[in-house]
Design a binder for this molecule. Structure first.
Ligand SMILES: [Zn+2]
Length: 426
């Protein structure tokens, strides 16, 4: 071929234009797919190198169902599949899960406390049995070091928590007792006030009395034993009282930012700043109504009101058989009047907000799967990688992502243990 011809300006221009057209044509179509795919690949590489932690789920209750096997992969679409099982944890790139022993708030009587304790012990035992029956896949961790060791062994990690301090009744000694059982955090209350503190959602008793005298003793005992204090569900005044009373940093195991979604279960900017100033962490919750205010849906609201009139505060119902029946009815209601779910993008908006407010060291992930958590794009544990994909898309570095996925929470965990050691020496 004649070299001079190639260098002629007209030919060159034509050649360049043709090449550019070819290049754009080849790239434009699959660009989004390729970049989404490569982002996921990048996300998976990052997940291999870090320990990812979800600080809250209610899957322990599923374990008490005789016919539900956590080692089996359940189709997320199938009714009763739950949001978490071990194969789906692997799929989604989640290493460590806090299995909470949840007890609904019942009467504050000796009989009520005994019932709550029985339920707590059953749930703790169910998680331990699950770990034991699947010891080649998962191990129980008591501290962050255990988690890193289990990850090296290519195993999943189970931590234990208690949701609702009602589990200890009025018996401070039970904090150490549960700690020795392997429990590492206690959520001080649930949706109603209890002996420890007032709840953010107690409709029957709107006055906010904060932390009680007994609650102050509970905080001290948690500090002494190395139990992490969780203020998710606590009222605003309870939050500030606990923060002031605690010698160790505290967590919100599953709460969002109220400035992004106005809900009493979420923390205000001032609360997030105060939490961070004391070294704590807010673990962003996946419960759709806490992530994004639902669009008006009067038909659904009417159905929900009827449901509530029929069952009262159904989340507090202790009887397993009745609870199951109610859950089935709830599923039917959700099918008839589907909820308009928030998205992974909405969820990451909360992370962005906390990062802008106090920096990247004070935020993490607490899904509340099997307790109401789930958003579009991350509606069960198998889709957890999508959170990292969204973080990458927004320019978060692998280092920041590692902090959000567990390092921040582990910093608090270690600090709580240090404070306990220091208190026991002094
Ligand atoms: Zn909860």
């Amino acid at each position: 071929m004649n070299g001079d011809k190639l260098l002629r300006p007209g030919f060159l221009r034509l050649f360049l234009l043709a090449w550019l057209a070819f290049f754009l044509g080849a790239c434009r179509q699959p660009e989004t797919q390729v970049s989404a795919g490569s982002l996921e690949q990048k996300a998976r590489e990052i997940h291999k190198k870090m320990v990812t932690v979800d600080t809250h789920c209610d899957t322990a209750m599923m374990l008490l169902r005789g016919n539900w096997n956590p080692a089996e992969r359940h189709n997320p679409e199938a009714p009763g599949s739950g949001k978490i099982d071990l194969p789906r944890m692997k799929e989604g790139g989640l290493d460590a899960e806090f299995f909470a022993a949840f007890v609904g708030q019942g009467p504050r009587t000796e009989q009520g406390y005994a019932q709550a304790r029985k339920r707590t012990e059953e749930l703790i035992q169910a998680v331990k049995n699950m770990v034991q029956a699947n010891s080649s896949l998962i191990g129980l961790a008591l501290n962050p070091d255990d988690a890193y060791r289990l990850k090296k062994q290519n195993k999943l990690i189970a931590f234990l928590g208690i949701e609702n301090g009602y589990a200890i009744g009025r018996n401070l000694g039970l904090i150490k007792y549960y700690y020795d059982q392997g429990v590492r955090y206690i959520t001080l209350c649930h949706s109603s006030d209890n002996d420890i503190c007032d709840s953010s959602t107690d409709r029957a008793e709107p006055e906010d009395k904060g932390l009680s005298q007994f609650g102050r003793q509970v905080v001290r005992e948690c500090n002494r034993t190395g139990m992490i204090i969780d203020i998710s569900h606590a009222s605003d005044r309870s939050f500030y009282d606990v923060l002031e009373a605690s010698a160790a940093p505290i967590i919100a195991s599953h709460s969002c930012a109220r400035a992004v979604c106005d809900n009493p279960r979420n923390l205000t900017d001032d609360m997030i700043k105060a939490l961070a100033a004391k070294g704590g962490v807010i673990q962003i919750c996946f419960l759709s109504a806490y992530v994004k205010k639902p669009r008006p849906n009067p038909e659904r609201d009417r159905a929900l009101a009827e449901f509530r009139a029929k069952y009262g505060n159904w989340r507090n119902i202790q009887d397993e058989e009745l609870r199951r029946k109610i859950m089935e009815e709830m599923q039917e209601l959700n099918r008839k009047f589907p909820v308009d779910l928030a998205t992974v993008q909405d969820l990451v908006d909360h992370i962005d907000h906390v990062v802008r407010l106090v920096g990247v060291d004070y935020v993490g992930i607490g899904t509340d799967f099997d307790g109401g958590g789930g958003v579009k794009g991350c509606n069960d544990v198998s889709q957890m990688i999508n959170v990292t994909v969204e973080l990458l898309r927004r320019g978060y570095s692998p280092k920041d992502i590692e902090k959000i996925w567990g390092k921040n929470f582990f910093r608090v965990f270690n600090r709580v243990q240090e404070v306990a050691r220091w208190l026991s020496q002094s």
